[in-house]
Ligand binder design. Structure first.
Ligand code: ADP
Length: 586
């Protein structure tokens, strides 16, 4: 077991309880700061992401609307071109022939099955030739709105109407001027086919498309609700004309928000409406929102957990640091207590020492006077005389012990600065050994020296260092004698100069050793295991103080019953050491 200066008992720090507010502050700032930044970053990201996602959803619906409108327009344009081709290719006379018109209708239907029938009218509105499923030949259309419109505009595409056949249909009619005659060709378009064409859009689950005329009546079916020619607007107002594409969000009759995209066709004043449930249109947007909310919740939870973990670690670290500080504070208090004790003890020893000296000289006087009296009076040796002489010797002995103690106390209390000087250890140590060698050899103890030839000089106070070595040797001799009696003792002194602590001097003995319990106390003042009158318990504490004052350190290790090692480390005199090395090199 190895100990340096004994540690002082640790007390539980009162600071422990004061970590609550600190923990709260660290925790709240560790949670709040990242969360605010995280939410801010997420919020900004969310805003831009959502805007772009919304824009892309709207752009997609606009594109569908534009493409679809274009397709319907192309369909109407093509049907108009078909009629123009007939009027340009055939004469009025030829077209009045039923067989010719039947052949033409057949060809048209072959090209586009949208054509239901075909009719030729003179400029009085008389249906001069008709090919189709109804019997409309000879009917007069002079007063029909479509007939008037075609005379006025040259070309006409009607709204969906019932007409003579009493079923919803719409027509495309075209006026033709020839030198001899003005006549009109008219085709009925299959509304079922046209409906299919208009309805055919694929947008999400709820997307649908339909046409409205200028009065707001449905020109195609609306799959969700509404038949042909029914009111198709939500607000019962005719739809307003606008250029290009328009997007709006309105609630339908059931109160659900719907996304409406509208455009007016070029070939007919019909408004193409593409409608989709808003939740369906922004489905991706909603999914993204849920994901972002989930990410936010998880992120915030992670921040909170990590903050709790690190706060606990920081506070634990602070607690450890504070408790170490506390320990040091106690050590300081203890050290200053020792210093005060030293001062008190010195004063006390000084005060005791003076009367002791007087008692000692008075005793010497009594002994002298008694001897003189015995001699002059010729008193014969008797038991009383012997008792008297013994008592006086005992008093002398006890006075000597008292003065020994007071001297030790005075040494302990002396706090003078060491007068350090450069010491040649290889010369100094043998001198010390010579001083104790006699006492050691009487006890049968062999002192061996294991010097380090690399080192010659250290920095130390020679008088104090001598005191330290003498004390260590004396303790070693006592311990050896206790174990081996007066034979078989051994003390080994070795020097090691190349350590990071400086020079290390080890004094090893094979004495009684020190128990684990006692080894913690050997440097404590007044600790002794020696019998009353033999030890003061101040030797090692004085030695420790001396070595520390010299900038060195002292440690002890022992295995109970198997000897003890005291290690002293002292700073090396560098300059001399260098000189010495260079001398060696030469
Ligand atoms: P003292 O010698 O007056 O008792 P010290 O402070 O010098 O006071 O020593 C304190 C105690 O340390 C001793 O009483 C002894 O128990 C123990 N001690 C010191 N040196 C040795 C040693 N070399 N071997 C065994 N015990 C020792």
């Amino acid at each position: 077991m190895t100990v340096n200066r004994p540690l002082f008992s640790q007390s539980t720090s009162p600071l422990r309880n004061s970590y609550g507010p600190l923990r709260k502050t660290i925790l709240s700032s560790m949670i709040l700061v990242p969360i605010v930044i995280y939410l801010l970053a997420l919020g900004i990201g969310y805003f831009y992401f959502m805007t772009s996602l919304q824009n892309s959803s709207l752009a997609s619906i606009k594109r569908i609307l534009g493409d679809h409108g274009q397709m319907i327009d192309t369909f109407l344009e093509e049907r108009k071109s078909d009629l123009a081709f007939i009027t340009d290719t055939y004469s009025y006379t030829a077209l009045k022939d039923p067989e010719t018109l039947r052949q033409i209708l057949k060809q048209l239907q072959h090209k586009s099955s949208a054509f239901v029938d075909l009719g030729i009218f003179d400029n009085n509105g008389v249906h001069v030739n008709y090919q189709g499923p109804y019997d409309l030949s000879g009917k007069i259309y002079k007063d029909e709105p479509w007939f008037k419109a075609v005379l006025e505009n040259g070309v006409y595409i009607s709204d969906v109407f019932l007409g003579f056949r009493k079923i919803p249909h719409f027509i495309i009619a075209m006026e033709k001027h020839s030198p001899s005659q003005t006549w009109i060709i008219r085709a009925t378009i299959d509304t079922y086919l046209f409906n299919t064409l208009v309805e055919h859009v694929s947008i999400g689950k709820t997307g649908e498309a339909y046409l409205l005329n200028t009065k707001g009546l449905l020109q195609t079916r609306r799959p969700s609700s509404g038949s042909l020619m029914e009111e198709g607007t939500l607000d019962h107002r005719p739809p307003e004309f606008h250029q290009g594409l328009k997007i709006s969000i309105q609630k339908d009759r059931q109160g659900n928000e719907q996304l409406y995209a509208t455009t007016w066709l070029k070939n007919k004043l019909w408004m193409l409406v593409v409608k989709q449930d808003k939740a369906d249109a922004f489905h991706t947007l909603n999914t993204a929102t849920y994901l972002i909310i989930l990410t936010t919740v998880i992120g915030v939870m992670i921040i909170i957990l990590v903050s709790f973990y690190f706060t606990a670690r920081i506070v634990r670290r602070l607690e450890t640091m504070d408790s170490e500080k506390e320990k040091l504070r106690f050590q300081l208090i203890h050290a200053s207590g020792l210093a005060e004790l030293g001062e008190m003890a010195t004063g006390f020893a000084h005060e005791i020492n003076n009367p002791l000296q007087i008692i000692k000289s008075e005793l010497a006087l009594i002994q002298m006077d008694l001897a003189e009296l015995i001699e002059k009076a010729g008193i014969q040796p008797s038991e009383t005389q012997t008792e008297l002489t013994d008592s006086l010797s005992q008093i002398d002995l006890q006075i000597n012990r008292c003065s020994q103690i007071t001297h030790a106390i005075l040494k302990f209390g002396r706090r003078s600065e060491p007068e350090t000087q450069t010491l040649d250890l290889n010369q100094f140590i043998p001198e010390i050994i010579t001083m104790v060698d006699k006492r050691a050899s009487v006890q049968g103890i062999d002192i061996r020296l294991d010097p380090d030839s690399r080192l010659q000089f250290i920095k130390a106070d020679p008088a104090q260092l001598q005191q330290v070595f003498l004390n260590l040797f004396n303790n070693a001799i006592d311990a050896i004698t206790e174990k081996h009696g007066s034979a078989g003792g051994m003390i080994n002194l070795s020097v090691d100069s190349l350590t990071k602590e400086g020079v290390v001097i080890s004094i090893t003995d094979n004495g009684i050793g020190i128990s684990d319990e006692n080894i913690k106390k050997v440097f404590t003042p007044f600790f002794t295991t020696k019998p009353v009158g033999k030890g003061t318990g101040l030797g090692l504490s004085v030695c420790y103080g001396i070595i520390k004052n010299m900038g060195g350190d002292m440690a002890v290790s022992s295995r109970n019953g198997n000897g003890t090692v005291f290690k002293i480390s002292l700073p090396v005199e560098r300059s001399k050491f260098q000189e010495n090395k260079s001398d060696d090199a030469r």
